[in-house]
Design a protein around this ligand. Sequence first.
Ligand code: MN
Length: 195
Amino acid sequence: MKLDDYRDMRDLERSGEPDGGGTSGEEVEPIFVVQEHHASNLHYDFRLEHDGVLLSWAIPKGPSLDPAQKRLAVSVEDHPVSYADFEGVIPEKEYGSGTVLLWDRGTYKSSADVDAALEDGFLEMELLGQKLRGGWALVKFGGRDEDNWLLVKKDDEHANREIDVLGEEPESVLSGLTAAEIAEKNGETADGEEA
Ligand code: MN
């Protein structure tokens, strides 16, 4: 899904989100981010930089460090690379309105050809984030034209069956703030009501 879809879905002047002109382009390795998004339904947006865009999946329950917890990840429109630094509150009535918190950021490595792996519906990668590390896989399921994938932690030294990483490390890697604090700064509650 191209960036045109991203722009068509939003009034970027009102929403305050990046328009996708230019790239961040500082790191050599491609980046990944996880953005906790308090839209009408809370979800976590998982994004991988590839070919000048952020490939994006919405994960309703968020990532888990437990290899047994396969988390539904719905493929959504590509986002501009500059979106990787976005944190704030998307105003009411705008697409995806609600608080966005930059929950994790880092680089990733994949030994596979990413385009071929995505076409095959199986992408293995190593995440080098502040919270998510080690081996992970995105696995497509359902029909060819469907958007449903699973995000699964590989069973390695970074796997952990005990802790709920979302609950234990809720703060932004950008600002150190919680979603409620980001919302409060913007005069709203995390779920979009006016405070
Ligand atoms: Mn989202």
